[in-house]
Design a protein around this ligand. Structure first.
Ligand SMILES: Nc1ncnc2c1ncn2[C@@H]1O[C@H](COP(=O)(O)OP(=O)(O)OP(=O)(O)O)[C@@H](O)[C@H]1O
Ligand SMILES: [Mg+2]
Length: 231
């Protein structure tokens, strides 16, 4: 069974036809990367999957038809979403931010603190005084706390220093052992490390679906990702 099946997904935003018939399958287990240049519709795709934006077409998530479901009902199917702007509650402590994120009956603090040990040592610190990278870890940790079977994660490495990206990669590797992850990411080294499958978007349609090895094709990366290739 696919974790996600998308057929002919269309989204218009402010009169612009942003998604123009996206077809996409995400296999159960492991990491599928959703790739593409800036502005091609990656974030819009994740928002449409969460029913955070009006859409047409058909989306099945974890075996359920979601076309008529409100966002909170999509979440309840077992979907954790880490949006692109990872705001934390700046005036609250790390521990309070995590407590507010508890969505399922058995929040998994052991895993979160094993993945991000600094959040444990800083649990009484106000989130607004964390570094940018630490705030991003906290935002991701809030979602991981709930052991969702399916995670949609939007550019987790954005703005992070290389060392922190390494820590994040380790954390996501561990998470993907137990969950299906649809990962939007522009850092191709990170994609190569984590993903088994790739889906490439360009101008609101899927232009390539395949294995992560396909990223060694310079024609693909140059044409659709705007990078020279096998870095
Ligand atoms: N609320 C909105 N109103 C109008 N246009 C929008 C809105 N949100 C996004 N867009 C446009 O839709 C297109 C796709 O945006 P989206 O954020 O999905 O791209 P993306 O692939 O996630 O880009 P990035 O890599 O920069 O995050 C862009 O051209 C963007 O300007
Ligand atoms: Mg985006």
């Amino acid at each position: 069974m696919n974790a996600i099946t998308v057929k002919d997904l269309h989204v218009s935003l402010a009169g612009s036809h942003v998604l123009q018939g996206v077809d996409l399958d995400v296999a159960s287990g492991g990491v599928t990367a959703l790739l593409g240049r800036n502005g091609v519709g990656k974030t819009t795709t994740l928002r449409a999957l969460m029913n955070l934006t009006a859409r047409t077409g058909h989306v099945e998530i974890l075996g359920q038809d979601t076309d008529q479901l409100a966002t909170h009902r999509v979440v309840r199917l077992g979907v954790g979403y880490v949006p692109e702007d990872r705001d934390v509650f700046a005036g609250l402590s790390v521990a309070e931010n995590l407590r507010l994120a508890e969505a399922r009956s058995t929040p998994d603090y052991d895993t979160v603190f094993a993945l991000f040990p600094e959040l444990r040592t800083r649990r009484r610190q106000r989130a607004g005084t964390l570094s940018g990278g630490q705030q991003q870890m906290l935002a991701i940790a809030r979602v991981l706390l709930n052991r969702w079977p399916l995670l949609l994660i939007d550019e987790p490495s954005k703005g992070l220093a290389p060392k922190v990206i390494g820590e994040l990669a380790e954390a996501l590797e561990r998470v993907a052992e137990a969950a299906t992850v649809l990962l939007v990411e522009q850092n191709l080294a990170l994609v190569r490390r984590l993903a088994s499958h790739v889906v490439v978007l360009d101008h609101g349609v899927v232009v390539h679906t395949g294995s992560v090895e396909d990223l060694s094709d310079p024609a693909l990366t140059r044409q659709h990702l705007g990078v020279a290739g096998s870095a």
